[in-house]
Design a protein around this ligand. Structure first.
Ligand code: ADP
Ligand code: MG
Length: 362
């Protein structure tokens, strides 16, 4: 019923194409995160959904209806803007109930929905304050309350938590998930923060320079990233991805040779230039031994102490690499073996940067 379909949707400002041939299907009631670096086209995509931006070409369907020419007010959406956009002269209560009053809801319905939202978002006691008498976190909750009382079919949020400090943000994102689980609107949530995306999303759509790079569940995107961009963007700390050459069962990184297990050779096949990816937690560091076949040697550049483990930095092929270690701490200047866990490595095509796939599961 309330699904959303983008069919070859493009958006240009003059000659500048900021959303490129977007194809995407969002299921009714789904919680989708629109993720990507600043300027990649997230807000533009959300504003096209809200009916605040024209679509340059392609078709947009909401609930089975083509909405390219449907006014914002006729789309049954509520939107939370990054800057909240509260009415400064109205109290918290009036801000929240305003849309219901304008739409001539019965007084008892307005009172009931408003007080429910006030309780749910922990605004009890603040009802008569004006926005300027609230903290950033409180204003943000008023903006959310104002959007949820409408109980629209589509709930659109543009970086709603970006102005909050880390602790409040972690709390607020749990509240948002609860709100969604209560009302089950189709929810599109824009953020540039991959942690927020991983924790809030049922699905993630990752964009870069107006192009959809990945569209899947957080787990699949994390475990099997579709391309180099996705691999580097999802995960904290990010995955190490370095250029390498492949020949005859071995990869060459920074002039050093590392053997690759047979199962992976079948995946890499005849590629010559590849990208090799490994997350910092999937590298084992060791100092002992001579040359180990399935590892590379590198010089430690820098060490960070995280309390429970160490972050050990290297430079390989001009790229900074990080390994997490909870063993003995190496010292800068020391040479150690980096041994990847080959159950957790990723290979990408040297030209297209697409994931080459994984060995068949036994
Ligand atoms: P994001 O929300 O991912 O940070 P936006 O969707 O806001 O990115 O912007 C995408 C690109 O479109 C940016 O390069 C931005 O400068 C450009 N842009 C956005 N709005 C306009 C506008 N009204 N006129 C011209 N260019 C715009
Ligand atoms: Mg934006």
């Amino acid at each position: 019923m309330k699904e959303i379909v983008f069919d070859q949707v493009c958006k240009s400002y003059d000659q500048n194409q900021v959303v490129k041939k977007l194809n995407m299907k969002i299921k009714a009631g789904e919680r989708l995160i629109l993720l990507g670096p600043s300027g990649c086209g997230k807000s533009t995509t959300l504003r096209m959904l809200a009916g605040l931006e024209d679509i340059t070409s392609g078709d947009l369907y909401m609930g089975g209806r083509r909405v390219n020419d449907v006014e914002s007010g006729d789309r049954n959406v509520s939107m939370v803007f990054q800057n909240y956009a509260l009415y400064p002269h109205m109290s918290v209560r009036d801000n929240i109930s305003y849309a219901l009053k304008v739409n001539r809801f019965p007084a008892n319905e307005i009172a009931e929905r408003t007080s429910e939202a006030i309780k749910m978002l922990d605004l009890v006691g603040l009802e008569e304050r004006k926005p300027k008498e609230l903290s950033g976190g409180q204003r943000q909750r008023v903006a959310l309350a104002r959007a949820i009382v409408k109980r629209s079919d589509y709930f659109l949020l543009d970086e709603p938590l970006s102005n909050l400090d880390a602790q409040l943000r972690a709390h607020a994102r749990k509240e948002l998930v609860k709100i969604h689980e209560k009302y089950h609107q189709t929810m599109i949530y824009v953020t540039h923060d991959q942690t927020e995306a991983m924790t809030v999303g049922q699905k993630i759509a990752l964009m870069d320079k107006g192009v959809l790079q990945a569209f899947d569940t957080p787990k699949k995107i994390y475990n099997k990233p579709a391309n180099v961009f996705t691999a580097r963007f999802i995960g904290s700390p990010p995955m190490n991805v370095v250029e390498a050459a492949y020949e005859d069962g071995k990869i060459f990184i920074d002039g050093k040779k590392m053997k690759v297990p047979d199962a992976w050779c079948k995946v890499i096949k005849k590629q010559n230039k590849i990208y090799f990816g490994i997350r910092p937690e999937d590298i084992c560091l060791s100092r002992k031994g001579n040359d180990k076949d399935y590892s590379v040697k590198a010089v430690v550049r820098y060490v960070e102490d995280y309390g429970d483990k160490y972050g050990v930095y290297f430079q390989i092929n001009g790229v900074e690499m990080l390994a997490l270690s909870d063993g003995d701490v190496p010292t800068p200047g020391e040479t150690v073996h980096l041994e990847p866990n080959f159950d957790k490595v990723h290979f990408f095509d040297g030209e297209t940067q697409k994931n080459l796939g994984y060995p068949k599961e036994k």
